[in-house]
Design a protein around this ligand. Structure first.
Ligand SMILES: [Zn+2]
Length: 561
């Protein structure tokens, strides 16, 4: 069905509540495994309908924020979704406690049970007040950042409007832009300290109310860490320090020479890889879109079928228009078994990344569109990022089509950015472990920890004491640290696995894609480590993966030992 023809109906929340009660009772009172299975699948149908209406409304609202109908409906969903989670939780609890659980695990797969066990461990009505306060604090943080009105050549700019100037090839303009941004954060330093301090204490209190030693445990449950522990993450950290930090340091030393900057670098010099600017794709937004279509046709039969399906059913809205919301996302409409991609093309390299990254997510959703229960469609978040980050590297085979004569420049930037990201991302995660292990720390102690970690993970940075960035406050602009604790390591783990695929692509692209399909086609029926093993790759929680990817990448980039 085409997106424009999908009917939208406003849900009847009383009906949903009654249905949840009925499914829960049917699970509790089931006399056979078949009855229990049917009860859960009935609830799964309801979820699929509810989530489809929610997403239809959200998509249509973001496509045209001036549409009054969907704008109003969107307000309704803000209040309806927490209720829906509450009803759903009761059904899930009955599923987990069912006397037929062993039979159901056999039919549905064990992973959704492990995940739902964690979901229940992460919540109790007793922490609702803290959850609400923490939502209020993250909203306060978002609003503070969105409120920025930075003076720039007689204009007032937001932080995202200032971003292009932070990448300027004119060093004066660039340093000025970084200083202007730093000025805003520095002015609000007390607020940023206070909001984070309150958040840390609230999260610590929630964990203790639930009986855990610290928020680290609860944070891991919230992120559904179903196959690795903090000890495994520590092993990953050591491998990053051993292999990725020296590799990234070498890249930054070369970068400093290339752009004529001093080493160690100012933060404001880290964003420029080439003195004449970074790679730009060829042509207009429409041209990039057309090259994207050619790419999926050349990659494989599966991806060709996928991209045609997306076009035929109007499942991509990618060109910028008046009234359209900013940003980009990929979501699903489970009732119709389809994904949807929303973004705003602007004719830059980020359009290419969207064609490959967001469509990588959509491709995985498409491949697994008929799985039931819906719990089994997609894996945990770090594994979902493998789908997308690996697809970015498969995109290299169309680099000439996307970037023309800039293709090599694009590859160099993409690959070196991937290596440079690992130390930074891992440090963001390490920092949060320290913060939540020590909820008693003052804001100054947290800043000292960040400075100390910068020396370990980012030795190329000049911590010269300049406002904000140079004084150990750079983490305050990393929204995940405030809004999504412990999320960041997901990108690092996924990047490592994506780079393992990249290594195979260099010698045998067909084999790389075959193994990628082995991983993608398991959907959410395996854990992260199970998916990595299914593709025959090394786990990121040992030395081998990071050693191999950094060696191969440095060789490709022309820096052999
Ligand atoms: Zn993603």
């Amino acid at each position: 069905m085409k997106f424009s023809e999908m009917p939208y109906t406003h849900p009847d929340m009383d009906k949903v509540r009654l249905l949840a009660d009925r499914c829960k009772d049917a699970l509790i009172n089931a006399e056979t495994a078949d009855e229990a299975e049917k009860a859960y699948l009935d609830w799964d149908d309801a979820c699929s309908e509810f989530n489809t209406m929610y997403n239809l409304c959200y998509i249509r609202h973001t496509i045209n924020t001036e549409d009054e109908f969907y704008s109003k409906e969107n307000d309704f969903w803000d209040s309806a979704s927490p209720l829906f989670s509450q009803y759903g939780q009761a059904v899930v609890k009955a599923l987990l406690e069912s006397k037929f659980r062993p039979q159901l695990e056999e039919r549905f797969g064990r992973v959704m049970f492990i995940n739902n066990d964690m979901f229940l461990k992460s919540f109790d009505p007793a922490i609702i007040p803290e959850m609400q306060q923490s939502n209020a604090l993250t909203t306060e943080y978002e609003k503070l950042i969105a409120s920025a009105q930075i003076d720039w050549n007689g204009e007032k700019l937001t932080i995202s409007q200032l971003a292009p100037y932070k990448q300027s090839t004119d060093p004066n303009e660039r340093h000025k832009a970084w200083a202007a941004e730093s000025g805003f954060y520095k002015e609000n330093a007390d607020k940023l300290d206070r909001i984070y301090d309150d958040l840390v204490k609230l999260r610590d209190r929630m964990a203790k109310k639930l009986g855990y030693d610290s928020y680290v445990t609860l944070g891991y449950y919230n992120m559904t860490r179903n196959c690795y522990t903090r000890e495994d993450v520590e092993k990953f950290r050591s491998a990053v320090i051993k292999y990725a930090v020296p590799a990234a340091d070498r890249l930054y030393r070369e970068q400093a020479k290339r752009i004529g900057a001093e080493y160690p670098l100012q933060y404001s010099d880290t964003s420029i890889i080439y003195p004449d600017g970074n790679a730009k794709p060829v042509g207009t937004a429409e041209d990039i879109l057309a090259a994207g279509k050619r790419f999926y046709h050349s990659l494989s039969e599966e991806t060709a079928e996928f991209i045609d399906f997306m076009y035929d059913n109007e499942l991509m809205d990618v060109l910028s228009r008046k009234g359209k919301a900013a940003g980009g996302y990929c979501t699903e409409l489970p009732l119709y078994h389809v994904p949807f991609i929303f973004t705003n093309f602007n004719g830059t390299q980020s359009d290419v990344e969207t064609v490959t990254h967001e469509a990588g997510h959509a491709f995985a959703a498409y491949v697994n569109r008929n799985r039931r229960p819906g719990d089994n469609m997609l894996p945990t978040l770090e594994a979902c990022e493998i789908h997308s980050m690996s697809m970015e590297f498969f995109g290299w085979q169309s680099a000439d089509d996307f970037f023309g004569e800039n293709a090599e420049k694009f590859k160099y930037t993409h690959l070196s950015d991937a290596i440079k990201f690992l130390p930074y991302g891992t440090m963001v995660d390490h920092f949060q472990h320290i913060v939540y292990d020590h909820p008693e720390y003052t804001p100054e102690q947290r800043i000292d920890e960040w400075k100390r970690l910068t020396g370990i993970y980012m030795p190329w940075i000049n911590m010269d004491g300049s406002a904000f960035y140079g004084e150990g406050r750079a983490w305050q602009r990393q929204t995940h640290i405030y809004e999504r604790p412990f999320y960041y390591i997901d990108y690092c783990l996924a990047q490592t696995v994506a780079l393992e695929f990249w290594v195979i692509m260099q010698t045998d692209p067909k084999e790389a894609f075959r193994r990628y399909m082995d991983l993608v086609s398991l959907g959410g029926t395996e854990t992260f480590d199970g998916l990595v093993a299914a593709a025959g790759l090394d786990t990121p929680f040992g030395d081998d993966a990071l050693r191999k990817i950094t060696e191969a990448a440095m060789k490709f980039l022309g820096y052999e030992k």
